[in-house]
Design a protein around this ligand. Structure first.
Ligand SMILES: Cc1cc2nc3c(=O)[nH]c(=O)nc-3n(C[C@H](O)[C@H](O)[C@H](O)COP(=O)(O)OP(=O)(O)OC[C@H]3O[C@@H](n4cnc5c(N)ncnc54)[C@H](O)[C@@H]3O)c2cc1C
Length: 314
């Protein structure tokens, strides 16, 4: 089997081992073994925020597709890492619980969603998490209360500690099914209207730079990044921060995104930060280019008119 068959973005080659634990203790045992053997590994949820590289991965890939336990206790839901966001939202609807409507049609699994503090449509996972059970790199099981996990925009302590999110307790509120359903439908329709789900992608390639006050998609749009599209890599006609895979390799996708980042820097002096996670074996030449960091030199005369237009349109 190839990683492209199980990753949302449909890239990735082969690997030495697949690890697909069926319970949290099994996950802990696997992590402990990987640590003891010093086997390189990476974690793969649904792959909807990741680009898995093409070359053979000489290590293990840990997946969560069998960690699908979910149970409701009054207004709390205890959910394992591999449950899809959409399924969780549907479960909340079935149990008349409000707070997770925004997760409907958000690609990906709950584990990775917590790890990166995903957000959309006014919701953010930090708002509904009560506690998180993780497995450390050494294979220990630990529990964290919400306090102190979430560090702001798409940032959590788990992105630094590399702990594995194993299960999550969410605290929701009782709600009216009709209203919950209406909000879920809004999220679905909006994503459909923006053609987000038309082809494999990883959502936004770059984070927003809040110091600029303009979404990265607008900066990318303004510099005409669509000219970088190729037959296999298409920058979405609807959202310049979405890069569709139409049969490309991971390298081809990365090359296009590097051009996008460069164009924004040349025009606006803003060095965009990748939101897309790169997993697997990154060839040396690409590693050097991807990890480059440049001094921001914001060209206010170029940014200000765009900011005004953006604020006026909100
Ligand atoms: C069409 C589209 C629209 C999107 N819209 C949005 C949006 O509106 N808002 C938003 O925030 N995101 C959005 N995304 C991104 C994506 O949906 C979220 O980031 C989602 O949470 C990723 O989940 P995943 O399981 O696919 O993660 P993956 O891509 O599999 O993993 C992401 C990272 O988390 C790590 N990881 C995976 N599982 C775990 C775990 N259990 N514990 C610890 N680390 C783990 C991986 O190693 C990787 O580094 C969009 C993506 C797509 C394709």
């Amino acid at each position: 089997m190839q990683l492209k068959e199980v990753s949302y973005y449909q890239t990735g080659g082969t690997c030495d081992q697949w690890i697909v634990p069926g319970s949290v203790p099994e996950l802990a045992k696997a992590m402990s073994r990987l640590h003891a053997e010093q086997t390189p590994y990476f974690l793969l949820g649904a792959g909807s925020n990741s680009l898995v590289m093409d070359d053979h991965w000489p290590g293990a890939v840990v997946m969560f597709s069998r960690l699908k336990g979910i149970c409701t206790v009054h207004d709390r839901i205890i959910v394992e890492a591999g449950v899809l966001n959409t399924f969780l939202a549907e479960k909340c609807l079935a149990d008349s619980l409000t707070g997770a409507e925004w997760m409907y049609c958000l690609p990906g699994q709950v584990g990775a969603t917590v790890r990166m503090n995903a957000r959309c449509y006014g919701g953010e996972i930090s708002q509904i998490v009560e506690s998180v059970t993780v497995v450390t790199r050494q294979g220990q099981i630990r529990n964290y209360p919400n306090d102190g996990i979430f560090l702001g925009y798409k940032d959590t302590i788990f992105m630094r500690s590399q702990e594995v999110v194993a299960s999550v307790t969410l605290k929701l509120k009782p709600g009216e099914q009709d209203e919950i359903r209406r909000q879920m439908e809004f999220c679905k329709t909006d994503r459909e209207k923006k053609h987000q789900l038309a082809y494999p992608s990883c959502g936004c390639v770059f984070k927003n730079d809040y110091t600029a006050g303009v979404p990265s998609g607008l900066l990318l749009d303004k510099v005409g990044v669509r000219a970088f599209s190729t037959g296999q890599v298409e920058i979405s006609p609807y959202h310049a921060n979405f890069v569709f895979n139409k049969g490309a390799s991971a390298r081809q996708i990365l090359e296009v995104t590097l051009n996008m980042r460069e164009a924004v820097y040349q025009h606006f002096g803003i060095w965009l930060e990748y939101e897309m996670e790169i997993l697997g074996q990154l060839p040396e030449d690409l590693k050097k280019r991807i990890s480059e960091v440049r001094e921001p030199r914001p060209k206010e005369s170029e940014i200000a008119p765009l900011r005004e237009r953006f604020l006026a349109g909100q």
